[in-house]
Ligand binder design. Structure first.
Ligand SMILES: [Zn+2]
Length: 130
């Protein structure tokens, strides 16, 4: 865990841009090249929907790019990768959502008792008049 170098390496694809290497074994590829690499049609409808997020999100997040490129390479993703992808994509698309995901849903609220909805007076038995 002590391995934390940060250095720049020439992009292995275009050999023009420099890439900041921050993790061990990271493939040196610049953002434009990795965008090109992951910009491929996806046959599987489930994954096509999953990856159907804005191009700008991929440009912002090397994490999202790496998940998509993993899928393109291996043809599948683990459940955890799918969850993380959805989470990161949702947070990037809407930063206001961050930190609110644990709030209880409105569905957890108890339903109002049915009697409250009835107009007042209708449920009362009529007082007998003499
Ligand atoms: Zn490049």
């Amino acid at each position: 865990m002590a391995w934390r170098p940060r250095y720049k390496q020439l992009c292995a694809i275009c050999r023009k841009s420099h890439v900041l290497i921050i993790t061990r074994g990271q493939f040196p590829i610049c953002t434009p090249c990795s965008m090109k690499q992951i910009n491929q049609p996806i046959a599987d409808e489930k994954f096509r929907k999953l990856f159907d997020i804005g191009q700008n999100l991929y440009e912002q997040s090397s994490f999202l790019r790496s998940i998509k490129s993993n899928y393109l390479r291996f043809g599948s993703l683990s459940d955890r990768q799918i969850e993380m992808f959805k989470k990161v994509a949702a947070e990037l698309a809407n930063p206001a959502l961050t930190g609110k995901s644990n709030a209880p849903a409105a569905a957890a609220m108890p339903e109002e008792p049915a009697t409250v909805a009835l107009p007042a007076g209708k449920t009362k038995p009529k007082a007998k008049k003499k």
